[in-house]
Design a protein around this ligand. Structure first.
Ligand code: NBX
Ligand code: IMP
Length: 849
């Protein structure tokens, strides 16, 4: 359905008096109307005149507001239709939404990119000019946060009644600078100039409580009533961002909460005479939404983080219940209590365990506030919640100490104990006398300091538990949670991740999009399986030629970006456009094995040095990614990569046959430039460690071939594109498992002369002149522990890279494989992922506004 283009009339709400009706006589999506709107915002919202503007920010904001205006009517209509049609709603609860930029996406979804371009050119600007004025909304760390952003896009495009709920961090993921090869973190002040996409809702506040104690008393009717007393109160204020579907009239909501000190609290404290103490407390409570925790796959266990998790869960659930009650009033249910249909009208999806407090919080609201009994409340909770797991690494599972939980959330700790007791009773009934099983399954970890295992809580309190790729789900069921699977086999399922093609092809790679649409039509934009129609063109010489020209142009664009960045760093660098762009872009983590890629780079360097006259396939090896600020080993790996670059890039024997590049500040907007320009995608995690990966899909959708292990979603990519169109190497999960316990990495180093030489160079200061021992910790760790078995996979990796180099020398075959990769990416659209969640977990269906 297309956006309404004709004359529009805003109707007055029936219960209000007065004449609200207005008429709009021009087509709001025409370039004239858009231009008028930009100028009006510049003048009346920003109090500026076009002739006086000397920056890009103000025209960008005016443009953004003009586009936002064009979403509002559909937004309101969409929300009204959810009420009118008594829709079942889905809530995606996530501590992270890595949205990136909004302008380009909003224009595409409204179908007004061209009109906007024309309007701007009349005013003397181009879209490209203004694009870079927008800050990335970087409210996430990596895959988990970006997945949430792709999900809300697909939810709107599929016209599902859905919401994203999270935190409006004042500081998103830090910016990364590279100074002397070292990562330096710079705060992300993305809201400094304001955010034109968000609508603050100053009147829709909820109160969230912390600390205090629990007080139980008998009510006159004999029931036990629980009160939470002596608490500290913080207010949650929502900020709404519109999430438009693709040209379909649906506009959903991303609602992010900001913490505000309560007035009541100000008043009490400021009048007590302790002014400074009161100010400090106010600031402390507003700190809750101040900053995103920058760790991925390693929880910090800090009190503030626990408060963030509870703050957003509590505000969200109060809002969900408010909306449910309102909808029940419009569509009364004569039989059954007010909450009888709650689970029929609401689905909550927990993005990892970060929002798992939703389980005890929903119980608390139903029991203590709404007055339901335990059994009814528990049924509702279990039937409403679903839990998605994103990691199998034990150190990444959240476990809050009981003492912290009891202090910050006394009522919730009590509820968790009660949930656990009832749960363990059912375990004992099923498996009498099996104490070991009870200890393993308990929500409370004993032995040492008591902890709350959030994954166990999430499993017990949900009706669905899913992993994010077939292999990951299998590992979850076989080795991480086998006891739970035995207890509830039907609860467990797989939902393989995806990506939205609207951002990761249509918007980020306009040239390839145009070529594809010219060949097969534009159906792929909302039905990615249609890319299959490219198959017959894979060997078509003329089509191949155009395909290569697109890749070339994208490489030119990235090369300019690289040169600009290195120039700023004072280390000018030109990359060879004929070289293979070999890219690994993702968070820095030992299990992802950027170091293995670095060992390959040194190996290539050594080969060139040993035989400078040899024939080599030129490569530009590009890395990008942030390391958690406290993750020293990861930061040292960044330094090593940059140091290898310093040596290799300045060696005249090497010339333009090899460059090692580290691009700073990997983020959504940079990713959008890298994927379209890459030839080779590095997906080389140790088998069994990467839950899914989604970067792997973005590369493949943009025509890069993959070198990868049989890990995460690589397994399914291989299945889709066929083994002949992907480069697979390394141990399988079972082989990794079999080697654990008896692995002697030093022996692998001794047996491979090239590997031995590479390690020797890293430890003898070849890449750290003047600081010989700088990288010794890396080599020590490899030789003595090598937790992720880089040395065991090195030989197979190098051999596989030789096959890649050889294949790249034959452009016809390479291009054919590239086209066949793109053609077979249909499965990896989040449209498919979300349809599966909607049908198999949430039970929701589309609502057309
Ligand atoms: O989630 C990632 C996985 O590592 C990927 O394999 C997967 O593709 C992706 C989406 O399912 N996990 C991830 O990004 N985790 C975090 O960012 C994270 C953040 C905070 C935290 C724990 C993990 N406390
Ligand atoms: P919420 O979903 O209750 O947060 O409301 C979001 C939007 O839905 C509001 O701003 C209104 O545009 C619309 N809305 C609110 N209440 C009603 C209603 O009772 N009927 C239809 N639409 C409503």
């Amino acid at each position: 359905m297309a956006i309404q283009r004709s004359t529009t009339t805003a109707k007055a709400s029936p219960e209000r008096t007065g004449t609200w009706a207005t008429t709009n006589t021009v087509d709001p999506l025409s370039s004239d109307s858009i231009k008028e709107s930009i100028v009006r915002h510049l003048q009346f919202t920003l109090a500026e005149l076009p002739k006086h503007v000397d920056n890009k920010w103000e025209p960008y904001v005016s443009m953004a507001l003009a586009v936002r205006d064009r979403l509002i009517e559909s937004w309101i209509q969409t929300q009204e239709s959810y009420y009118h049609q008594d829709a079942k709603r889905v809530y995606y609860l996530s501590l992270e939404f890595l949205m990136g930029r909004t302008l380009g996406n909003a224009m595409l979804n409204l179908g007004i990119t061209e009109a906007c371009g024309k309007a701007l050119s009349d005013l003397g600007y181009t879209l490209e000019d203004l694009r870079d004025a927008e800050w990335d909304a970087g409210l996430g760390n990596g895959g988990l946060g970006r997945l949430a952003a792709c999900f809300v896009d697909s939810l709107a495009t599929l016209q599902l009644p859905a919401y994203g709920y999270g935190i409006r961090y004042e500081y998103g993921i830090f910016h990364q600078r590279i100074v002397n090869g070292v990562q330096v973190e710079v705060p992300d002040t993305w809201l400094e100039y304001g955010n034109p996409w968000e609508i603050p809702r100053h009147t829709d506040l909820f109160s969230v409580k912390f600390y205090g104690r629990v007080h139980q008393r008998q009510e006159p009717n004999g029931r036990l009533k629980t009160d939470w007393v002596d608490f500290e109160e913080v207010l949650a204020m929502p900020y709404d961002t519109p999430i438009p579907g693709y040209k379909n009239g649906t506009v959903n909501t991303l609602r992010l909460w900001a913490a505000k000190a309560s007035r009541d609290f100000d008043f009490r404290n400021f009048n007590s005479g302790d002014y400074r103490g009161a100010v400090e407390q106010k600031m402390r409570s507003e700190n809750i939404s101040k900053v995103l925790y920058p760790n991925d796959n390693l929880p910090e266990g800090k009190e503030l983080r626990l408060k963030q998790e509870y703050f957003f869960v509590s505000a969200t659930l109060q809002d969900v219940i408010r909306r449910y009650k309102k909808q029940q009033k419009l569509h009364p249910n004569p039989d059954g209590g007010l909450f009888a249909r709650f689970a029929d009208r609401n689905a909550l999806q927990l993005n990892d365990t970060h929002p798992a407090l939703a389980i005890p919080e929903l119980m608390r609201l139903l029991l203590d506030v709404e007055g339901l009994g335990w059994d009814e409340a528990w049924d509702i909770t279990q039937n409403t919640c679903g839990y998605t797991n994103h990691t199998v690494m034990p150190e990444a599972l959240e476990r809050w100490t009981v003492s912290l939980m009891g202090r910050v959330l006394p009522r919730h700790l009590q509820l968790i104990y009660e949930i656990n007791e009832r749960f363990l009773r059912t375990v004992r009934a099923r498996f009498p006398g099996d104490d070991a099983r009870c200890r393993r399954m308990s929500i409370i970890e004993e032995g040492g300091e008591q902890r709350v295992r959030m994954a166990n809580l999430a499993i017990v309190g949900s009706h669905s538990v899913n992993g994010v790729a077939a292999l990951h789900s299998q590992i979850l069921m076989e080795t991480v949670f086998p006891d739970f699977v035995e207890m509830w086999p039907k609860k467990f399922n797989n939902k393989t991740n995806g990506i939205t093609q609207r951002r990761w092809l249509l918007k980020s790679n306009p040239k390839l999009s145009t070529l594809i649409t010219g060949a097969i039509g534009d159906g792929w934009i909302t039905d990615l399986f249609q890319l299959k129609k490219l198959m017959p063109l894979a060997s078509d010489a003329a089509f191949q030629e155009k395909w290569r020209a697109v890749k070339r142009a994208n490489k030119e664009r990235l090369a300019l970006e690289i040169s600009a960045q290195y120039k700023k760093r004072g280390a000018p660098l030109t990359v060879n456009l004929d070289s293979m762009f070999d890219c690994q872009v993702k968070r820095l983590h030992e299990y992802k094995r950027q170091l293995l890629n670095a060992l390959h780079a040194i190996t290539l360097y050594n080969r060139i040095k040993a035989n400078p006259k040899g024939v080599y396939t030129p490569r530009t090896i590009l890395f990008a990614g942030k390391a958690a600020p406290g993750y020293h080993q990861a930061k040292l790996i960044i330094k090593l990569i940059n140091s290898i670059g310093d040596v290799v890039n300045n060696d005249s024997d090497v010339g333009d046959r090899l460059k090692v590049v580290f691009m700073a500040d990997y983020r959504v907007s940079l990713a959008e430039k890298i994927f379209p320009a890459s030839d080779l995608s590095e997906q080389i995690s140790t088998a069994g460690t990467e839950a899914s990966g989604t970067g792997n899909m973005k590369f493949s959708l943009n025509g890069a071939l993959t070198i990868g292990t049989m890990d995460g979603a690589n397994v399914e990519i291989c299945e889709e594109v066929g083994a002949e169109n992907i480069f697979i190497f390394g141990m399988l999960t079972e082989e990794v498992r079999a080697l654990q316990g008896k692995y002697r990495p030093a022996q692998w180093a001794e047996q491979n002369a090239e590997l031995h030489q590479v390690l020797e160079m890293i430890s003898n200061g070849s890449f750290s002149p003047g600081e010989r021992d700088l990288f010794k910790p890396i080599v020590d760790s490899l030789l003595h522990h090598d937790e992720y078995m880089l040395l065991a996979d090195y030989g197979s990796y190098i051999a596989c890279q030789e096959k890649v180099s050889l294949a790249y020398r034959d452009p016809t075959t390479w291009t054919k494989k590239s086209i066949l990769n793109v053609a077979q990416m249909g499965k990896f659209s989040t449209d498919r992922t979300i349809s599966d969640y909607a049908r198999e977990i949430w039970g929701v269906t589309p609502v057309r506004p």
